[in-house]
Design a protein around this ligand. Structure first.
Ligand code: SF4
Ligand code: SF4
Length: 237
């Protein structure tokens, strides 16, 4: 999932304090799973903003909503209509950055502010702790490393590790950080595939990573199906 955490309340108040009517929108996807921006957190943030406005003597109305997923156009489709009907003049999104971007593209003149800091792609390690597991590099090499990611879980993202700085299974950057390459080696030992690491990984082409500019995935088969459905709709209308 995409892991995010709420921005400090003071920062959020700074974004919205000049607006008369603000809609706080949560997300039922990853932001719910990582307990940062689901329905419950939306209600908590809404209440906190109302209390802060009252204490500061601001005439401000805070409304709340939570959509199934802010990263899917079909779920954010009703939002612009609601803004117009209820004269809402700013939106605070409690989704990841994808949700904020999508709302910003669709909400015309209404400003959208981020209520969360989007952190990484990761998983729950223990209650209250999430760890990064994939850096979205666009060319997965997990088949070579026993399913443990050297890009996200090695602090230097090296593909021929370890670097020599690890100590007692921890990375040289901190005793709190597991050495990703130690994890890879232990895993490959268990799988009986350690001998594969003898092969030196070639320098990789990083153009599929985020540093190559905004990326796209295009599925021509799905585009074709959508075009056919549109055509059928037009002929039966
Ligand atoms: S190799 Fe790339 S795609 Fe695969 S898990 Fe690591 S960062 Fe993600
Ligand atoms: S100690 Fe391990 S995780 Fe840290 S940089 Fe070196 S190989 Fe990577």
């Amino acid at each position: 999932m995409i892991v995010a955490e709420r921005k400090p309340l003071g920062e959020i108040i700074g974004f919205i304090e000049d607006f008369r009517k603000v809609l706080v929108i949560g997300c039922g996807g990853c932001a719910t799973v990582c307990l940062a921006g689901g329905e419950t957190e939306t209600k908590i943030v809404g209440s906190a903003l109302r209390i802060a406005a009252r204490k500061a003597g601001r005439q401000q109305q805070i409304l709340e909503d939570c959509v199934t997923r802010q990263c899917e156009p079909e779920f954010v489709e009703p939002v612009p209509g609601r803004l117009g009907d209820e004269n809402i003049d700013a939106v605070l999104s409690l989704a990841c950055g994808v949700g904020v971007n999508l709302l910003a593209e669709r909400l015309g003149d209404v400003p959208v502010f981020p209520g969360l800091n989007t952190k990484f792609l990761g998983a729950t390690a223990e209650p209250g702790v999430w760890v990064e597991m994939c850096a979205g590099c666009g060319n997965c090499v997990l088949h070579l490393t026993g399913g443990i990611c050297p890009v996200a879980r090695c602090s230097k993202s090296i593909l021929n590790g370890p670097c020599g700085g690890s100590s007692d299974g921890k990375c040289e950057i901190s005793p709190d950080v597991d050495c990703g390459w130690e994890l890879i080696i232990r895993r490959m030992e268990r799988l009986g595939t350690l001998d594969r690491l003898v092969e030196i990984a070639e320098p990789r082409d990083w153009s599929s990573s985020p540093h190559g500019g905004p990326r796209r995935v295009v599925r021509e088969d799905l585009r074709q199906l959508a075009a056919e459905a549109e055509e059928e709709k037009a002929t039966t209308a």
